[in-house]
Design a protein. Structure first.
Ligand code: ZN
Ligand code: ZN
Length: 1219
């Protein structure tokens, strides 16, 4: 009888289906398992032997199957055996197989394992059998005749090796499910123990020679340790000696590959001692999956040896004869060491261990704590970076260990021993972080029941970590940045693979970190006490936070109005403003935040405020955006008002076109939110009623200096520019070294070289790549004057914008040399002699409209540019209209050149060209000037909107702006800007310095000088200031006697003197709408308004010893002048409600008051009291209109005298301080 029939007879099949099924089982085993078992034997294996083998195995398998199925005595015909190769090639989805589950058990399991966003693995009715064999580098593989598949196990017994097994419960994870590369095939996760298919495994194990001897001579850890450590100079005899040691596994270090050698070590312990066991033998690497912390083992035939590279004590090495016995119980000694304490939650409070060290950047160094922890992976943050979340709140970082062979999945339960606990190493991660080092043991104790493929990500960051070895806080920050940049830069600006390198570079420059020291892997694994890169970490609130452009803009917009109350926008004494004053004061306001300030925009639930960081590419504006440079990433773009340092060291508007196309990191910047409010509030009391707001909007932009940027990837032009500068600075060093002043220069050179080096390693995808023949013609020009951008109806505009209007501006420039033709775009390369060959300098007017108007932010007077027209060799295209091209033609007007949108302008910085800067005046010079058109530079100190109520709302909330500007002398000038037909330039903020070009100087009827914008005027922000410090650079001290005779208007000065007497004091309730006296209602018969404001005015005589002045006070300055507290002032307002107003005219101190009016009496007393007539320090402005000299008649006795009297100096008080 053949073995198949014997087999079928043993299981009485009920029905055809079972017979067929049983035959299939037999056939499968004969085909796939038996050849594997007889493999060592000659290939010409006996059919009979195979048949016997198949018969025995089939019987064994079916018995095991019957044992495992839920319903007894039924064959699981719905299950079929699958060969390893079929599993690998046909099963494309992750799945689970569990023979013993009933449907209900399966459903219950599904419920239990499901995680948010992750489905339970689908169940398949597949059976796996095969031999468990040792694979490469410690892998275990399930092998049959068709192939082999990697097995991951929770705990393996050495007894299972090379045995035919049946797997009753397993998961299969195909390679594509986890986005791994194609070399790594799928793998099987063994859940529970495999069922052995052959009888009598134990005796086979015990029978092997030598082992019994090894086991019987086994010693405890204490004895082994004594052998190792008690004799410091080990005798050669001890060193060669073999011992067998039993103990508890205390620690299993991760498997490492160093210089081609794969090894791992584990620690054995008893109650008091530990020994380290090194497993270097390639045939024992499979032990990694058999030993885990807490297991009692016996290891035989260990050799005492010295580990080269480790300066510590000797170590026990596994030999070729060594055996591992797990779950070992020694007959003599009871291994009752308590299992290591496992934490399942971490308490943040007791873990903070602060060291009093603080580094330069304000970061503190902390010590981590070593703990053991057990939990479930709930989130895979980044598989490639080795970052996970356990139990929803504890972070896990595995990056300091080699990559795990099996990636962790959400749902895996893990046990961690000797893991570092860190508290708040990085604010972008959970506060509690567990980080593993080379000494840590990580073991999966339950495989996840869910699939779910985390997005594929590269392991670039751990590779960089291995290479550069930075601290864990820095690494975590880099990982977070990298994940953010992947969203905001890829794919439009950057390739995915560049993100990791870019993030690392950014971290090094922001954290100012270089390469760390080398990791000493042996001492990290074996030294006691333990030290490793995770022992210490930095922490601090000042860690930069990266924001994408859209996130930044979004938060600024959302906070625009919520961050402010309207009453806070009013000047001091805002409650006394009339309707028009009130609404004008509210019409424009601005909020500026610096990137490093604590009050940055609130994003998420991050504790505290962190300095911000932006990354983006610098661009020219598009047609629809503001005429400023832009910073763009894949999420959005933001307008930027930028300045840079000019070659002479001063701040000026951005002029270097090489910045266009550079990918940069902006670390120091100011976020500006300008608020525009159209309102009609009758008075201060109505500010809480939104119905008076007719329109409100805001705009957001950034201000920064280009000098503070990190270039992450340079444009071709920037690379050229930096190259030229580097060369120049390099040659500078050799010259200057002789004068021993090299230090400064050297620093600049290294910075420049560093920039170039930094700039080279990341490539931006949008950079044009040079090469090939690209004909073009070019012309070198020097810009003399730039007009402002305006919406104009230009005939040349090919693409018609809204209503035929297109953005347009023109530039007056000097043509430095002839048109030169090139075979390849010279960009911003050095100026050649040929380009400078010219006898006389012609002028040209460049008209830039439509697409070419984008060059506006970079064209600055005094700078040299190379204008190139691509795809042509015809020099005529760059010759202005009106020039016929013939020689000797005289020109009477400057020719005009229409700049086409595909032409380029490159700023030329090399060789240094002699620039003739236009005459720029100061405020004082404008005030004293006689010319009608002026170009001047000044700092803004105040700005108000001029509402134009006649214009349509579409023209914007404010059609005009009045800027008050000043210079260092403290003299101020008012500048009126009309924006009804021009775009509204950003950056007109208090604190900023502006270059105002082609403005009209005018004199008012009262004799004051002011300036007005004309259509040709342009405004450029040349230097960025702090709005909060936009106060006069402390007004100069003035003597009244000197001030009275000096004929200068607009001067603000400080006066220190004594109040001589009050000339008058007027307090009144007046209508907020029309200003008429107010008593219950407005007294004007046309108005009859019911809203009123309290207004106060005072005039007094001040004497400082050099002269006298009449000083006016109003509004909020009056109560402190009178020395009245807020409550007194309010009482006074109430008391005046009934009568409406009061005017007090005390004539000197000697006045005797006999009035019956108690209020008048009170005020008279106040005005003449010593409290009021005191020493004061005032900041005053001289009123424009001073009275001219007049004749006065005096009587002395009987005689009359006529005398010429100089009228007193008239001053308006701006600020008051008691001396
Ligand atoms: Zn460590
Ligand atoms: Zn009125």
């Amino acid at each position: 009888m053949d073995s198949l029939q014997l087999f079928l007879d043993q299981f009485k099949a009920r029905g055809e289906a079972e017979t067929v099924w049983l035959k299939e089982i037999f056939g499968f085993i004969s085909e796939h398992l038996c050849p594997e078992l007889s493999e060592p034997a000659p290939l010409a294996a006996d059919d009979v032997v195979t048949g016997v083998c198949a018969g025995q195995l089939s019987v064994c398998l079916v018995k095991k199957l019957q044992e495992n199925v839920a319903v007894t005595h039924v064959l699981p015909v719905s299950y079929r055996l699958v060969s390893v190769s079929a599993l690998l090639s046909l099963q494309h989805l992750a799945c689970v197989s569990n023979l013993s589950w009933t449907t209900n058990q399966h459903r219950a399991w599904e419920k239990e394992v499901e995680l948010p966003g992750h489905q339970a693995l689908p169940r398949v009715n597949l059976l796996l059998i095969g031999c468990l064999k040792e694979g490469r580098a410690g892998e275990w593989r399930l092998t049959d005749a068709s192939g082999s598949v990697r097995c991951e196990c929770l705990s393996l017994s050495p007894l299972w090796l090379n045995r035919p097994v049946f797997l009753p419960h397993w998961n299969y994870i195909p390679h594509n499910a986890l986005g791994q590369n194609h070399e790594v095939r799928g793998y099987v996760e063994l859940i529970g123990s495999p069922a052995l298919l052959c009888p009598g495994p134990e005796q086979g194990f015990a029978a092997s020679p030598g082992e019994g001897a090894g086991l019987s001579r086994a010693v405890g850890v204490r004895e082994a340790a004594g052998l190792l450590y008690n004799s410091p100079c080990l005798s050669p005899r001890t060193r060669g000696q073999r011992i067998s040691v039993f103990g508890l596994v205390a620690s299993v270090c991760p498997q490492l590959v160093v210089a081609g050698t794969t090894f791992f070590c584990f620690w054995l312990t008893d109650e008091s001692h530990t020994v380290r066991v090194l497993v270097k033998d390639i045939n024992r690497q499979w032990w990694t999956q058999c030993v885990y912390v807490g297991l009692s083992v016996c290891v035989t035939e260990l050799r005492v040896c010295v580990l080269r590279g480790w300066r510590g004590n000797d170590i026990l090495c596994v030999t070729e004869q060594s055996e591992l016995h797990t779950n070992y119980t020694h007959t003599d000694t009871l291994l009752d060491t308590p299992p290591p304490h496992l934490m399942s939650h971490v308490d943040s409070e007791d873990c903070e261990e602060v060291e009093p060290e603080t580094d330069k950047a304000g970061l503190r160094m902390k010590k981590s704590r070593v703990i053991s922890y057990q939990g479930t992976v709930t989130q895979v943050v980044s598989d490639g970076a080795g970052l996970y979340v356990i139990d929803r709140k504890v972070g896990l970082c595995l990056a300091y260990q080699p990559t795990l062979r099996r990636k962790l999945r959400a749902g895996d339960s893990v046990e961690l021993h000797h893991v570092h606990f860190l508290y708040r190493p990085c604010p972008d991660f959970p506060p509690s972080m567990l980080c593993t080092c080379l000494r840590s043991s990580l073991r999966v104790i339950a495989f996840s029941g869910v699939g779910g493929a985390p997005p594929p990500d590269s392991g670039w960051l751990p590779r960089l970590l291995l290479e550069k070895n930075t601290g864990v806080s820095e690494y975590l920050w880099t990982c977070h940045l990298s994940s953010k940049l992947a969203h905001s830069l890829v794919p439009s600006l950057l390739k995915q693979r560049s993100v990791a390198v870019l993030s690392w570079k950014l971290m090094e420059s922001v954290w100012r970190r270089g390469r760390g020291g080398r990791r000493d892997i042996y001492s990290e694994m074996l030294d006691e006490p333990h030290t490793c890169p995770l022992s210490k970490y930095t922490t601090g609130p000042k860690v930069h936070q990266y924001l994408s452009i859209s996130a930044l803009i979004g938060s600024l917009y959302s906070e625009c109005w919520s961050s402010v109350s309207l009453s806070s926008l009013l000047p001091p004494g805002g409650s006394s403003l009339s309707r028009s004053q009130l609404n004008t004061a509210l019409a424009w306001s601005c909020r500026t935040l610096t990137s490093d300030l604590q009050d940055g925009p609130q994003t998420g639930d991050a504790p505290g405020r962190r300095p911000l960081l932006l990354v983006g590419m610098l661009e020219l504006p598009t047609q629809t955006s503001e005429p400023t440079l832009q910073l763009r990433d894949a999420t959005g773009a933001v307008a930027c008002v930028v300045t840079e340092t000019s070659p002479d060291g001063g701040q000026r508007a951005a002029f270097n076109s090489a910045w266009i196309g550079c990918l940069v990191c902006v670390e120091q910047f100011t976020m500006v939110t300008e608020r525009f409010l159209q309102s009609d509030f009758p008075s201060y009391q109505h500010l809480d009623q939104d119905k008076y707001i007719t329109n409100k909007h805001c705009r957001v932009y950034l201000q920064f200096s280009l000098d503070s940027l990190h270039i992450l990837s340079p444009s071709v032009a920037m690379a050229t520019h930096l190259g030229q500068r580097g060369e120049e600075l390099g040659s500078d060093v050799t010259d200057r070294r002789q004068t021993l002043e090299a230090e400064e220069t050297e620093r600049a050179t290294t910075a420049s070289r560093k920039r170039r080096r930094e700039a080279s390693s990341v490539t931006v995808t949008t950079n044009p790549v040079g090469g090939g023949f690209r004909p073009c013609v070019s012309l070198v020009i020097r810009v003399e004057q730039k007009e402002g951008v305006a919406q104009k109806n230009t005939a040349a505009a090919l693409k018609v914008e809204e209503a035929g209007l297109t953005r347009c501006f023109s530039v007056k420039a000097v043509v430095v040399g002839p048109v030169v033709s090139w075979g390849r775009d010279p960009k911003n390369g050095p100026v050649t002699d040929k380009e400078m060959e010219t006898e006389q300098e012609d002028k040209v007017v460049l008209v830039l409209s439509g697409g070419s108007a984008r060059w506006f932010p970079l064209l600055q007077p005094g700078c040299f540019y190379r204008l190139t027209a691509p795809n042509t060799q015809d020099p005529r295209v760059l010759i202005g209209r009106g020039v016929s091209g013939q020689r000797g033609v005289e020109l009477h007007t400057d020719p005009t050149l229409q700049v086409r949108s595909d032409w380029r302008l490159h700023t030329l910085t090399r060789p240094p060209l002699q620039a003739l800067s236009p005459t720029v005046l100061s405020v004082s010079e404008v005030l004293d000037s006689r010319s009608e058109m002026v170009c001047f530079q000044a700092q803004v100190c105040d700005r108000i909107s001029l509402s134009d109520r006649t214009s349509s709302p579409g023209a914007g909330v404010c059609a005009g702006v009045r800027l008050t500007v000043w210079d260092q002398s403290g003299r101020t000038l008012q500048v009126y800007l009309d924006f009804s037909h021009t775009p509204y330039p950003p950056g007109l903020l208090p604190g900023n310095t502006l270059l105002l070009s082609a403005f009209q100087r005018r004199v008012s009827r009262s004799g004051g000088v002011y300036c007005r914008s004309l259509p040709v005027s342009s405004i450029t922000v040349t230097s960025l200031g702090d709005a909060s410090s936009a106060r006069p650079p402390s007004a100069p001290m003035m003597h009244l006697g000197v001030w009275a005779v000096r004929d200068q208007s607009g001067i603000v000065g400080q006066v220190r003197g004594h109040v001589v007497c009050f000339l008058f004091l007027q307090l009144e309730w007046s209508c907020s709408l029309c200003g008429s006296p107010y008593l219950q209602t407005c007294s004007s018969s046309q108005c009859l308004s019911t809203s009123s404001v309290f207004q106060s005015k005072a005039k007094l005589v001040m004497d400082d010893g050099t002269g006298e002045a009449h000083v006016w006070f109003s509004g909020a300055l009056v109560p402190p002048l009178l020395g009245l507290a807020d409550s007194q002032w309010e009482g006074l307002q109430r008391a005046l409600r009934v009568r409406g107003h009061i005017r007090v005219t005390p004539r000197g101190r000697s006045l005797v008051c006999d009035s019956d009016d108690p209020l008048l009496h009170f005020l008279l007393c106040v005005c003449s009291s010593d409290v009021v007539c005191r020493q004061l320090s005032l900041t005053c402005r001289k009123t424009n209109q001073q009275r001219s000299e007049e004749m006065k008649r005096f009587s002395r006795g009987e005689r009359d005298f006529m005398t010429r009297v100089t009228p007193p100096l008239q001053l308006t008080c701006l600020h008051l301080e008691d001396v």
